[in-house]
Design a protein around this ligand. Sequence first.
Ligand code: NAD
Length: 394
Amino acid sequence: MFDSLKKELSRRALLHRVGFGFMAVGVTGTVGNIIKPAHTLAQAGPAPSNEPSLPPEKKLGWAVVGLGKFATQQIMPSFAECKRSKLVALVSGDRAKAERYAQQYGVNPKNIYNYQSYDSIRNNPEVDVIYIILPNGMHAEYSIRGAQAGKHIMCEKPMANTVEECQAMIDAAKKANRKLMIAYRAQYEPYNLATIKLAQSGKLGKLKLITSDHGRTLNPKDPADIWRMQKKLAGGGSLYDIGIYSLQATRYITGEEPVAISAMMYSTSGDPRFREVEENVNFVLRFPSGVLANCTSSYGYSDTKRIQVFGSDAVLELDPATDYYKHRLMIKDKNGNQEQKIQEKNQFALEIDHLSESIIQNKQPKTSGEEGLQDVKLMQLIYEAARTGKTIKV
Ligand code: NAD
């Protein structure tokens, strides 16, 4: 199994480099802009872009599937800032909850579905795109059913539990001639885009090392964390949930794919939270250009979302790096420490509109299904490296 995985990863490395070349060119005008005051997301002030909004009747209609914490606190409020997308339908197992949100967001109650009636969304011409915000283990089924209903799909990260599920999602979208995008919000967020530009333009000198740390404390009393303790619904532990940000960062900052992986994993023994999923994973990646990446992922330490990029001339520190807002970017070089101030934007509105725009222009979204599949493949190899204690050549 791992031989075919490695072959696919090498092929993907080539595609990925081509893709990121395009992306780096597309990042302009972010560094050095004046920062606006930080906002909470629901009020995230600055509009996503300076482009005019489409009139409401021209905006694409979106359905949100799963009305949990992330959907209700971050995604649904962000539609107010979208210029090409509007919220028109809700899918939930809890009718009363869905009705409350429908009223709040002006969704017609006839556009409320449950998990049984979900497939009949095919008969609703108001819905163009379905956004899957369910536990990870449900992403594949609901993405595939959505594509089969003739709708474009946005799916939350991680794409799915297994490589096979990811491939089935890609195949289903292709067969239905629909777009499939993975919601990697950091790739639409201005501070991360500025980091990519600074790293890839040589402003830091030759890149040598990236460190990326993502951690939080898993709370067994939080309903949103209960399914995260179950392997079937979560796919994995901290790596699948937040370590994926560490992994993603190394790939989008270098614009390369790793060629070697080593890893170590540890879960506090006897801690009931980690009966099925892991607590800590540290992994090291080597990239073709010689960049090494030291990454950590933990459900055991307090909130951390940090990226550091070490070049021969300067060190870039992004901390917080992958939060919802209030990012902070420092450049440390021979002239001392300078903070780079960039205008915060609503990254959720940006990524939602990116998919709508990709549909309107019939283009492949930047963070396609293949991008999601690549992370799931690499995470499986990280687990394999940790289990065997061997460095895996990709
Ligand atoms: P959550 O538990 O708050 O939401 C999950 C929703 O799915 C709930 O409404 C729940 O009722 C529903 N559900 C349906 N069937 C279920 C079942 N069998 N078991 C449990 N819940 C079921 O979780 P969340 O934190 O909102 O995460 C949802 C997805 O969003 C996950 O894939 C997660 O990785 C992703 N997420 C992404 C970000 C990001 O920044 N991109 C942040 C948080 C979560």
